[in-house]
Design a protein around this ligand. Structure first.
Ligand code: 4AD
Ligand code: MG
Length: 453
């Protein structure tokens, strides 16, 4: 296997006979030799390569412009320059692929909006290299967190017939031509099918067999929200625990967010330093705060009272029975609590059918975790495990219990209290990196009107 620049830079000793490959970030010519800054994306740092004019292949130096790919053989030696431990003395140089002056990443300081238009090249920039390395590391951290706690990873289906959230915001999957609503029974699956909005219902069936499970996969929403925190395709992490109540659910959500913050600071420190410098100056301190301090917990009714009495004018009205808007969520977490806050026990009317009805008959065991800068990152609940109550709730939400026969079976045979949540992976990444638009933490964002690349 080829040696990556990250591995080269971690060397303990000088090395000879080394070969590295990468893309030229800059070239600087001096008398009789040139300096190349080489990057292969394995880490943020570049490797400085010094090429003597007499080196084989050096005749190509004029074509080693920004964006060109090269292969360099030579020796790793201590660097006299400050800020870098090693540099490479080339003994052989090969231009692999030239890049002409139209290469769009010539200079620093492109706007995020411009970089979105070149999503195929932006991973070669410092910022997006850091974002997507961090995304990869955090995906690993997610699995590590659950696997260490004996959760079983379940691959729930991407194509489904049930609307988990009951909000009707689903993309239809069909093989029919013409009027796709005329005879859905003749369609590929013999019924209407959709891209899943959540793996929860299937995860519940596995929790009611394997105890603690989680999903981690793509989910889809056809909601027409063109905001900085909504994507039509995003990744969701959904743990589900048997013999668990709302309290245990909130505790897991809080523990999970703290663990991810700790992992980012400890395991992604080079890239996190870049975010702290160029994206969000307060990021390190904010994450430390989140790790060290307990999250606050506020019942929905109390959250409404706080918002009504805070004297702030909101764009959307605050009233019991209404959903919390992003501006309300952010006020609660950023200004009132000044820390992440878990809001729980929401009115039954504004939450999906599967949440457990509380003794008051009005609220359900829902919980949302709100974090500064983002608002909601987690939505979860204890599930209704009582057959009668669940059937009643389905009808209350104008859903047909017949369509949920298998889900109801879990309540017929050895039903247990159980609970879980969904966490948007992109929202978590926004929170951890300080990147403020969801389009910039997804390799190729899918949003209303946009599916280039
Ligand atoms: O609150 P939501 O809709 O909850 C569910 O889907 C439950 N079935 C989860 C469960 O209990 N297993 O979505 C969960 C999380 C949100 O808190 C948010 O972080 C993220 O998914 N999310 C989105 N992220 C990006 N773009 C969107 N359009 C999102 N919609 C939800
Ligand atoms: Mg939600």
């Amino acid at each position: 296997m080829r040696t990556l620049i990250k591995q080269v830079l971690a060397s303990k000793e000088p090395r000879d006979g080394l070969v590295v490959q990468g893309w030229v970030r800059t070239r600087r010519d001096a008398k009789g030799f040139s300096f190349l800054e080489l990057n292969d994306g394995s880490c943020l740092a570049n490797l400085q390569v010094i090429v003597d004019a007499a080196t084989p292949g050096a005749a190509d130096l004029p074509r080693l412009t920004t964006g060109a790919s090269v292969s360099v053989g030579g020796a790793l030696v201590p660097s006299p320059a400050s800020g870098q431990k090693w540099e490479m003395r080339a003994s052989q140089l090969e231009l692999v692929g030239a890049a002409d002056a139209s290469y769009p990443l010539q200079k620093k300081g492109h706007s995020m909006e411009f970089l979105r238009t070149i999503a195929h090249l932006r991973p070669r920039s410092n910022l997006f290299g850091a974002v997507f390395r961090t995304r990869s590391r955090l995906a690993y951290a997610v699995h590590q967190f659950f696997q260490e706690r004996d959760f079983v990873y379940v691959h729930t289906p991407i194509i489904t017939a049930s609307d988990c959230e009951g909000a009707g915001e689903m993309f239809r999957v069909t093989a029919l031509k013409g009027n796709i609503d005329e005879q859905p029974q003749t369609d590929f699956f013999g019924r209407r099918a959709y891209l899943t909005v959540s793996g929860q219902l299937e995860a519940e069936t596995f929790a009611c067999a394997l105890s603690n499970v989680y999903t981690f996969g793509p989910t889809f929403r056809a909601e027409n929200s063109n905001t900085a925190r909504h994507a039509a395709e995003f990744w969701m992490i959904e743990p589900e625990m048997a013999f668990c109540d709302l309290d245990g659910d909130m505790a897991l959500g809080e523990e999970f967010i703290k663990a991810m913050a700790r992992f980012a600071l400890e395991q992604c420190s080079e890239d996190m330093a870049l975010f702290a410098k160029f994206v969000d100056r307060g990021i390190t301190e904010r994450l430390r705060f989140v790790i060290e301090r307990p999250f606050q917990r506020v019942p929905y009714t109390e959250a409404i009272a706080i918002l009504e009495q805070c004297g702030r004018r909101f764009e959307f009205p605050v009233a019991y029975g209404q959903n919390l808007q992003s501006e309300h969520e952010r006020f609660l977490t950023e200004e009132h609590c000044k820390s992440p806050v878990t809001v729980y026990n929401y009115p039954r009317e504004i939450k999906p059918f599967y949440m457990r009805l509380n003794e008051d008959g009005k609220t359900v065991t829902a919980m949302d975790v709100l974090v500064p800068g983002i608002g909601e990152v987690i939505g979860g609940s204890q599930r209704e495990e009582r057959l009668d109550a669940l059937e009643e709730n389905l009808r209350h939400h104008k859903l047909d219990p017949k369509d949920y026969w298998w889900y109801l079976d879990l309540r017929r045979y050895g039903s247990v209290p159980h609970a879980g949540f969904g966490l948007g992976f992109e929202r978590l990444l926004m929170f951890l990196t300080g990147v403020s638009n969801i389009r910039d933490v997804v390799p190729f964002a899918r949003t209303p009107g946009s599916a280039e690349f």
